[in-house]
Design a protein around this ligand. Structure first.
Ligand SMILES: *Cc1c(COP(=O)(O)O)cnc(C)c1O
Length: 339
């Protein structure tokens, strides 16, 4: 048995999802004629009460398209120093948008409204023009941490006062929504644009959706084409995404329970220094021995359990749709016995 906790991106479509893909009608989406893509875009926009949405091949593309549409070259983008857009998108902010980034030291990947207010550049020819604030919920490198709702509201006020666009990298937004008992409609009111991933915890094979106002999504559609992201009979994968939005959201709670069970074992383990608080489906723990993360991951792999060394001292495990109760129990047993 191989138990893969490297990421929630490793899931395979379920039988029901494959059936939805197989049965769907398709057309040429670059002509706007793919009924499944249109249905997904409408459904996603409706969930968030936003005017329109755009289906893209990846979350990197939805984020990068959003940043491009919110900024001009030479602008400055504000985000946490652990943000995916800054750490893991290949320098895309500079490459695609010609912007620079002001990174802020947040708490487990989360920045505050006060930090943002302090980071906005004055209207001064020496300074880059601050035009965009990006936040991540849940915050991946923060260990799947969730934002506090009132802090997000304060941040929106700061953005409004300074005419900054407010973008949410919601690769795992549904994990936060389920964990905190929130409503997607509230998120739709707070942000100018939201990116959600269908291929993470929701279990679709491919795809992300960018949400926003109609005029913004019209511009985003142009940028997606420029980046080579206009897909033709994309309905086959859109059908999987729609199925995921309709059937795989409330079950995320199970992933959160699994993560909490594993974290409980790790907290007692002699080889673990710290476990970041587990709020959703991500477990990040620091090892007692320095620079031993790679060795630990290799040891685990010999026992058929896959994890990911995210730094010399830190290991990440992610629970998802393809992790069963039995797999979690077995993993807990293995972790209890390791030294
Ligand atoms: C996975 C992820 C993305 C998008 O990644 P892709 O692999 O391009 O789909 C964006 N933001 C965060 C926080 C992520 O975890």
């Amino acid at each position: 048995m191989r138990i893969d906790f490297r990421s929630d991106t490793v899931t395979r479509p379920t039988k029901e999802m494959l059936e939805a893909m197989f049965k769907t009608a398709v057309g040429d989406d670059v002509f706007g004629e793919d009924p499944a893509v249109n249905a997904l875009e409408q459904y996603a926009a409706g969930m968030f009460g936003m005017e329109a949405s755009l289906f893209c091949p990846s979350g990197t593309m939805t984020n990068q398209v959003a940043i491009k549409c919110h900024t001009q070259p030479g602008d400055e983008v504000i985000c946490d120093f652990l943000a995916h857009i800054y750490q893991y998108e290949g320098g895309g902010i500079a490459f695609n948008s010609g912007c620079q980034v002001k990174v802020l030291p947040g708490d487990r990947g989360r920045i505050t409204a006060a930090q943002v207010a302090d980071a906005i550049n004055a209207n001064d020819v020496h300074k880059a023009h601050t035009s965009l604030v990006c936040i991540e919920n849940t915050a991946n490198r923060g260990g799947g941490s969730c934002y506090d709702w009132t802090e997000l509201q304060r941040m929106q006020q700061v953005c409004r006062q300074h005419q900054l666009a407010f973008h949410l990298d919601g690769a795992r937004l549904f994990n936060a929504i389920v964990a905190k008992g929130e409503n997607p409609l509230s998120y739709g009111k707070l942000f100018d644009s939201i990116s959600i991933c269908l291929s993470k915890g929701l279990g679709a094979p491919v795809g992300s959706v960018l949400l926003g106002k109609k005029a913004f999504i019209d511009r985003a559609r142009r940028v997606r084409k420029v980046l080579g992201g206009g897909m033709r009979q994309a309905g086959y994968i859109a059908a999987a995404g729609l199925y995921a939005l309709q059937h795989h959201i409330s079950r995320l709670e199970q992933d959160h329970i699994h993560a909490a069970e594993i974290a409980k074992v790790l907290q007692q383990a002699p080889y673990v220094q710290t476990v970041l608080p587990v709020e959703t489906n991500i477990i990040i723990f620091g090892l007692a021995k320095t620079a031993s993360a790679k060795r630990f991951v290799a040891q685990l792999e010999k026992k058929g359990i896959l994890g990911y060394a995210i730094s010399p001292d830190q290991v990440r495990l992610v629970t998802h749709l393809d992790i069963s109760n039995d797999m979690v129990m077995h993993t807990c047993d293995v972790l209890r016995r390791m030294v």
